[in-house]
Design a protein around this ligand. Structure first.
Ligand SMILES: [Zn+2]
Length: 197
């Protein structure tokens, strides 16, 4: 098995980071697994390389030794998420060719109005699929004035997994998942995409 610590280098290390790093480290080592450090620096506006390096310095100073990650390498070409932009782009292209993503031109005001007017009994605010079935002609027209975000078209699905406490689990999801954004209008890849890849 593998265990991982994946901090976002948006600030200097804090006690919460160290606590999570320690828990994942102990859990991984107890199970004789490989300990991976991955830099979650996908938010290129808030993450800074030097903060990431400082975080690694502190982890080393604290005595952590990771089997895969920055400075030690491993089977992946990089452990900095920001360095995998080409890969994210390739995957989006593949999803587009399978017609699984669509452009969304909704502005902040519109998205905010959906969020502030939830349906009765709804706890999570979901995107209403407004742009999911736009005609190609309209998409072309909108493209000239606005760079859209790209959303994943999520349909009903079945998920099976084994939980270490509760055992085998089967979940059927119908209309509960959001058509979440995989790439923002400003070109930044979303955490939801990067973390899965
Ligand atoms: Zn939209």
């Amino acid at each position: 098995m593998k265990g991982r610590f994946a901090p976002s280098p948006t600030g200097y290390i804090h006690l919460g980071n160290v606590w999570i790093a320690l828990l994942s480290y102990v859990s991984t080592k107890q199970q004789k697994g490989q300990y991976v450090v991955r830099m979650e620096d996908i938010d290129i506006q808030r993450s800074k390389r030097e903060l990431g390096e400082a975080l690694l310095d502190d982890l080393e100073w604290l005595g952590f030794e990771w089997d895969e990650g920055p400075r030690v390498g491993g089977p992946e070409s990089t452990y900095w998420q920001s360095e995998r932009q080409t890969y994210y782009g390739d995957v989006l292209e593949h999803l587009a060719s399978e017609k699984l993503i669509y452009p969304c031109f909704c502005n902040r005001t519109r998205l905010h109005s959906i969020a502030s007017a939830p349906h009765v009994g709804e706890v999570v605010h979901r995107y209403d699929g407004h742009c999911r079935h736009l005609e190609a002609k309209l998409i072309k027209e909108f493209m000239t004035s606005k760079e859209p975000s790209l959303r994943l078209a999520v349909n009903s699905c079945d998920i099976d997994f084994v939980d270490r406490w509760q055992g085998f689990q089967h979940i059927h999801l119908e209309g509960e998942l959001d058509d979440y954004v995989l790439r923002r209008g400003d070109g930044m890849y979303a955490y939801n995409l990067a973390v899965v890849l």
